[in-house]
Write a protein that binds this ligand. Structure first.
Ligand SMILES: [Zn+2]
Length: 84
C-alpha cells in the first residue's frame, strides 16, 4: 500500500513537472485568446469556452500538491499509531 502511494505520488510529480516545463516565457496570442474565453478561469466573466492550457497545467500541479498532503497526513497518522 505504501509503495502504491509512492508510485502515485511520483506519477503526479512527473506530470506536474512536465506541465511546468510547458509554461512558455511569454504566452502566444493563441494562448491569450484561449485563456480569455476559458470557462474555468474566466467564469466570473461568464465565459463558456474550453478549459485553457493554463488551467490544465494548474490542475496537474494541484493534483501533485494534494498527493503530497495526503501522503503527509497518512504518514503522520502512522507515526501517531506507533506512539500509542
Ligand atoms: Zn483557464
Amino acid at each position: 500500500m505504501v509503495w502504491q502511494e509512492f508510485d502515485e505520488l511520483e506519477s503526479a510529480r512527473e506530470k506536474a513537472i512536465a506541465a511546468m516545463r510547458k509554461i512558455p516565457l511569454a504566452p502566444s496570442p493563441e494562448e491569450i485568446k484561449e485563456s480569455s474565453n476559458c470557462r474555468q478561469c474566466r467564469s466570473y466573466f461568464y465565459r463558456q469556452g474550453p478549459v485553457c492550457r493554463h488551467c490544465k497545467r494548474r490542475d496537474s500541479i494541484e493534483t501533485y500538491l494534494k498527493k503530497i498532503w495526503s501522503c503527509k497526513e497518512k504518514r503522520t497518522m502512522l507515526f501517531s499509531l506507533d506512539d500509542g
